[in-house]
Design a protein around this ligand. Structure first.
Ligand SMILES: [Zn+2]
Length: 250
């Protein structure tokens, strides 16, 4: 097969693939939202798209479905360019993906979020769908803290503090973007945002009042030490970790 991305394939090759046992489809769930003054709004969608493509390549007989590019970004609406789906719309999109994909014969439908705000609503709708579809395996990777820990474990080996690596547009996301879309990253604007401890209290504050309550430039973390080399490494760590998790789900 030339590609495993269904959006780049035609219906005939998709049908043949399903008949040949390609029952598993993986879908990234990204965002279009502000990522500081230095990263494009498509950051999470691009990272998710590449991440899931790499995971798909490492698992036998698996296809990649179209990345959901707009999702749950209400807490970023204080900045222009952010588009959010209401939670009810987001859940409806996931339900429609499952309805359509299952009808065509996919029996393992797995969602992988690359944006923090998607994890909780995705878990809610997956729980609901698992009860509804008894002969289809609907699943998703929904452990946000574990996901963040994988990134932070590697940051630590590079001498980067969790406060710099950051929860949003900090060192780790900026490194990933230098690796994936160098031309869209404005290095001259690298500057720290909120660099205090980002714990549960801060997390709740961001989700309730919006991210501006914590940071004026939209960054949680500090991109200054970001490099493309580290970005490739972050990607590798995430891929290796998620390949194991996805294999457990199918
Ligand atoms: Zn992001």
């Amino acid at each position: 097969m030339k590609t495993a991305r269904t959006e780049d394939m035609n219906w005939q090759d998709i049908q043949t693939a399903i008949q040949d046992g390609y029952y598993t489809i993986l879908i990234a769930v990204g965002s279009i939202e502000q990522h500081g003054p230095h990263l494009p709004t498509k950051t999470d969608s691009l990272i998710g798209d590449v991440l899931v493509q790499k995971i798909t390549e490492k698992i036998d007989k698996t296809l990649q479905g179209p990345t959901i590019r707009i999702a749950c970004s209400k807490h970023h609406l204080g900045f222009p360019g952010t588009i959010t789906l209401q939670k009810s719309t987001f859940k409806a999109v996931i339900r429609d993906y499952v309805k359509n994909l299952s009808k065509h014969g996919f029996t393992n439908i797995i969602f992988i979020p690359s944006h923090g705000g998607n994890f909780a609503p995705l878990k809610e709708v997956i729980d609901e769908l698992q009860n509804q579809y008894t002969s289809v395996n609907i699943n998703g990777y929904t452990d946000l803290y574990e996901f963040v820990d994988i990134l932070l474990e590697y940051s630590a080996t590079e001498g980067i503090k969790p406060e710099e690596a950051g929860a949003h547009a900090g060192e780790n996301e900026s490194s990933l973007m230098l690796a994936l879309a160098n031309d869209l990253v404005i290095k001259e604007r690298f500057a720290p945002g909120f660099v205090g401890k980002f714990g549960q209290k801060e997390g709740e504050m961001v989700f309730e009042k919006g991210i501006k309550a914590l940071t004026q430039n939209g960054i949680l973390g500090d991109p200054v030490k970001a490099t493309a080399e580290k970005g490739h490494k972050y990607m590798e760590k995430l891929v290796d970790f998620l390949v194991v998790k996805v294999k457990e789900m199918i």
